[in-house]
Design a protein around this ligand. Structure first.
Ligand code: ADP
Length: 305
């Protein structure tokens, strides 16, 4: 059955240390990474699109060309005169990574400013994907515009997928952060949180507490990721099910573990509706991703079944 997936958020320019003082340029961002993996694994009769806003400058053009090359559609990406994409730099010192960000005036902050555009893109899609980072970069009125469109989509029976991806440094105020993440979840039909973030910020004592909290917010499809240990699924009122992570002997780079899990999970779940099988495939994919450098690992290095 053909369908359309739309992922909504911010893709940034990534500068990574290369030889000496040289920097290598790439493009990444949680919701784009998820779209990338969904595109790799969905059948060709599905479309995968990205919704963000970029500028009209050269680096915006290059980013769109890059996105298109991955097979992810750019037809819903708005152009905003006078803005540019956000940028981050990865510093590598003795194997440890640290990050610097320049994103406070990024074009993506305007992604929900045109409500008609947003509504048309969401109406044209079957699966919607967004994250706590998508919400963190938006001003409160833009958060409300986006969430009201997503609530409509949920009410219309579409699969609205939310990864809380809690990043406190992107939020000025902790209480507002927790309220907005909860509002994002309420607008969704499937949430895919990481347990360590939820425990740290919401104070959940165990995975059952995370599931109970999201069920209490009216979400009946929940996938709680817990790193190397595995994921716990709670779907449509049934008993919780556990799917173990794949064993990894040597981790190279954990960037995009959760994003690749989400993309691979959605690609499988969209086609056959079996969350346990989808989680097994997603765990195998994420395990491969963390054994390679970078957020976007090539298809030939990933599992096929
Ligand atoms: P995030 O990167 O969003 O914090 P997690 O750390 O929970 O998310 O990881 C997401 C998924 O990646 C896990 O559900 C698991 O499948 C896989 N994963 C992460 N770390 C490991 C690991 N050390 N060994 C095997 N799989 C892992």
């Amino acid at each position: 059955m053909a369908g359309r997936l739309l992922s909504i958020g911010e893709c940034m320019v990534e500068l990574m240390q290369a030889e000496g003082d040289l920097l290598r340029k790439g493009y990444a961002g949680d919701t784009f990474n998820t779209a990338y993996y969904a595109r790799l694994f969905l059948p060709q009769d599905w479309s995968v699109d990205y919704l963000t806003a970029v500028g009209t400058d050269t680096v915006s053009n290059e980013m769109l060309a890059f996105i298109e090359k991955t097979g992810v559609g750019t037809g819903h990406i708005r152009r905003v005169e006078g803005r540019s994409p956000g940028l981050y730099m990865i510093h590598l010192k003795d194997g440890e990574r640290s990050f610097s960000y320049w994103r406070s005036v990024s074009a993506a902050k305007t992604l929900a400013d045109d409500a008609d555009h947003l509504r048309a893109a969401i109406e044209a899609s079957d699966i919607l994907v967004f994250s706590g980072i998508t919400l963190a970069i938006l001003a409160p009125p833009a958060v409300e515009t986006l969430l009201s469109e997503l609530r409509r989509a949920k009410a219309a029976g579409k699969l609205v997928v939310f990864d809380p991806n809690i990043r406190p440094r992107l939020w000025d105020d902790k209480r507002y952060m927790l309220e907005t993440i909860s509002a994002g979840a309420r607008a969704s039909s499937l949430v895919m949180p990481s347990f360590d973030d939820e425990a740290t910020h919401f104070g959940d004592s165990d995975i059952a507490a995370t599931i109970a909290r999201y069920r209490g917010l009216g979400i009946d499809k929940i996938v709680v990721k817990d790193g190397p240990s595995g994921v716990t699924l709670s779907f449509d009122g049934g008993a919780s099910q556990f799917v173990a992570s794949a064993k990894v002997d040597k981790i190279i780079d954990t960037t995009s573990a959760g994003d690749s899990f989400n993309g691979a999970f959605l690609a499988r779940y969209a086609v056959d509706g079996d969350p346990v099988a989808a989680a097994g495939f997603a765990a195998a994919t994420a395990a491969s991703v963390i054994q390679h450098h970078g957020a976007l690992v090539a298809r030939d290095k990933l599992p096929t079944a």
